[in-house]
Design a protein around this ligand. Structure first.
Ligand code: WT7
Length: 635
């Protein structure tokens, strides 16, 4: 029986059982049959969650780009690997074949090498969704450098913090980016960031918007002339299975972002295998994931997973609302997209608009629809199912995290019967547990608890860059011998899982994972602010929006509240980026605190949600009187 392509529910259960009973045999077979290795591993897996230490395919040697590019050349060299759809619908789409991708990645690899990038060096990539982004990612992997892609919506401060945290010696960026009707000057953001980044030796600049940019002598170079001179072959560096492939930052509940480190081999095997099954990928499909490569979704399911399967993967530079709300569907029709993977927030935003934007286009090519990033509400699910899937394309509601590397809970389309709002069943090899607050596993059906994973899977992050203790503290200290996800979940009578949301201080806004602490730190830097607390509240389109409670330094602050609110959001934009701006800012005389000085966010969440009829036990508060004042002035 081939375990690579799951065809029905019975087979899913059979393969799942095998993956749990004999995980090593199971993953060894997948690794052996579906990938190319320079040298075979000597040991399939080793683990100890108390450290935590995890290794897959130990001592195996490979290069992920040989799996994503080279091995396809003789069978599908002329097939489109990357289908680039520009921001402007009048600009021609680019079909980059596997042969062309090979040449572009090899040239870029030669440029990296000539510029002094060595195996193990960190390279920061701060680019819009243009082909050079994917090419840069793959070229880093080919020369063995560790890429750290920073989403090009992050501010110069956030960029500098990420560059310095992992000591990047090079930054790859562009003059600017197109975003709907606007342009953004990325190069000047990089210039600002680099004032604080002494370790960066060189900056390579892609020309995209043809804007005037400042080139710093001895540091900055245009990329194209270097590519023109570069050789078109590059022998891939031989990497160890456990060598880091990339670092990707995610928010945490303390101020500093966490640089999640992913491995080479385990990550490759798991993203490829999940991609094949969860998107029911077939040879001539045109697969489109609308995420940005600046997030894990783009790493795993625009670049590595699809290319490892020899797929055609769409890269979209634009936004769903430009030139109008029909853009997604126009692109689906134009490229005959077969799989479409997006975020619930995008679905909710488009569902608010006229159906005429959908009905104008032929969507019959679609076979599978996907969502990711946050719980999808029932209304949005039905809108997606009825209007985009026409009740015939299964929806895969995929639950996973930056830390998990690949999809962990999801239906398999045409295999798992779906239920709206349920991510359904664990993927092959994924062993879930729901835990109660006392650290006991809830083994029965129909329970709700904290979502944990009790056995390693190949794509799990190996550490937090430079801070292994934080990796342990954040994920492995809450429950013995378990990876704790930070999410709550329910299991129903048939064993389906429904994610109920974060149980920590992370808030998911429009599918973006935002920690409260970094936002509060940014606000507190405003000279008029004494202290602040951020909570999420339900929002029609974003899922959650941010509500800030802010204590000002002096009573009788002379500036108008409206101006202060603007300045606070400006402060956040500069420190983190516009995605972290607050929808509501309430100035308060104090924050509800426990005797140990911890802010009781539970109360603030209720105020923000306009649900203050039952505040629960507030007897442990140091200052119960502020609660009343806060409720009285709630926005
Ligand atoms: C958090 C991880 C993994 C790619 C995008 C986000 C939430 C993610 C779902 C889903 C309910 C979801 C969780 C998770 N989340 N997918 N299908 N249903 N919640 O990656 O930024 O690391 O965020 O997103 O809360 O912990 P991320």
């Amino acid at each position: 029986m081939s375990n690579y392509n799951i065809k029905n529910l019975e087979e899913y259960f059979q393969i799942y059982r095998k993956s749990v009973r004999e995980p090593e045999n199971f993953w060894e077979e997948i690794a052996e049959e579906h990938f190319v290795w320079r040298k075979r591993w000597t040991n399939v897996m080793r683990w100890d969650f108390s450290k935590p230490e995890v290794a897959w395919f130990e001592n195996g040697k490979l290069n992920i780009t040989e799996n994503c590019i080279d091995r396809h050349l003789h069978i599908r060299g002329d097939k489109t690997a990357i289908l680039f759809e520009p921001n402007d619908p009048n600009e021609k789409a680019q079909h980059i074949s596997y042969n062309e991708l090979y040449e572009r990645v090899c040239k870029m690899s030669n440029v990296l090498k000539e510029q002094g990038v060595e195996k193990g060096d960190r390279v920061c990539i701060y680019l819009p969704m243009i082909p050079e982004l994917a090419v840069s990612v793959l070229a880093c992997a080919r020369v063995g450098a560790i890429h750290s892609v920073v989403f090009a919506g992050f501010s110069s401060n956030a960029l500098a913090a990420r560059i310095n945290d992992c000591d990047c010696k090079m930054v790859i960026t562009s003059d600017g980016s197109f975003r709907g009707p606007k342009t953004i000057d990325l190069k000047s953001i990089v210039d600002m960031a680099l004032v604080d980044c002494p370790g960066v030796e060189s900056v390579l600049v892609v020309k995209r918007i043809n804007s005037e940019v400042n080139m710093k002598e001895g540091r900055d170079q245009w990329l194209q002339p270097l590519l023109d001179k570069a050789g078109s072959k590059y022998t891939a560096e031989v990497m160890d299975a456990e060598d880091p492939l990339f670092i990707l930052y995610t928010s945490g509940s303390t101020g500093k972002p966490k640089g999640m480190v992913h491995s080479s081999a385990g990550y490759m095997v798991f993203t490829a295998y999940t991609f094949k099954n969860i998107f029911n990928y077939q040879e001539n499909d045109v697969y489109w994931c609308t995420a940005d490569i600046g997030w894990i979704t783009g790493h795993s399911y625009i670049v590595y997973g699809p290319l490892a399967n020899g797929a055609t993967t769409v890269m979209f530079e634009g936004v769903p609302t430009y030139p109008d709300h029909g853009r997604f569907w126009e692109v689906v029709e134009k490229h005959k997209v077969t799989q479409f993977y997006t975020a619930p927030t995008a679905i909710r935003a488009l569902a608010k608009e006229s159906l005429a934007f959908v009905d104008k286009y032929d969507l019959t090519s679609l076979k599978v629809l996907g969502t990711v990033g946050e719980p999808i509400n029932e209304e949005a699910w039905h809108w997606y199912n009825n209007n985009i899937g026409k009740n015939k394309s299964p929806i895969v509601d995929t639950w996973w995290q930056t830390e998990t590397g690949g999809i962990m809970i999801s239906p398999i389309p045409y295999v798992t019967p779906t239920t709206p709002t349920f991510a359904t069943l664990p993927f092959i090899g994924v062993q879930l547990a729901l835990m109660d607050e006392h650290g006991q596993e809830l083994k029965e059906k129909q329970v709700e608890g904290r979502l944990c994973i009790k056995y390693p899977w190949p794509a799990m992050a190996r550490t937090i860059w430079g801070d292994h203790k934080r990796y342990y503290d954040t994920y492995f200290s809450a429950f013995d011998n378990m990876y704790f996800t930070g999410d709550g979940a329910k299991r129903d009578a048939v064993g389906y899982y429904r994610i109920t949301g974060r149980v920590d201080d992370v808030i998911i806004v429009s599918g973006h994972n935002l920690g409260t602490a970094p936002i509060e730190d940014a606000i507190n830097e405003h000279p008029a602010v004494a202290e602040s607390a951020i909570v999420g509240f339900p929002h029609d389109i974003k899922g959650n929006a941010l509500y800030g409670f802010v204590i000002l330094k002096e009573v009788g602050e002379s500036r108008k509240p409206e101006n202060l609110r603007k300045e606070i959001n400006q402060q956040i934009t500069e420190h983190i980026g516009p995605i972290a701006k607050l929808d509501k800012i309430q100035f308060v005389p104090g924050l509800p605190k426990t005797r140990s000085g911890k802010i009781m966010r539970r109360i603030l969440r209720k105020v923000a949600a306009k649900d203050t009829s039952n505040l629960g036990d507030i007897s442990t508060l140091l200052n119960p009187e502020v609660v009343e004042a806060i409720i009285k002035d709630a926005l």
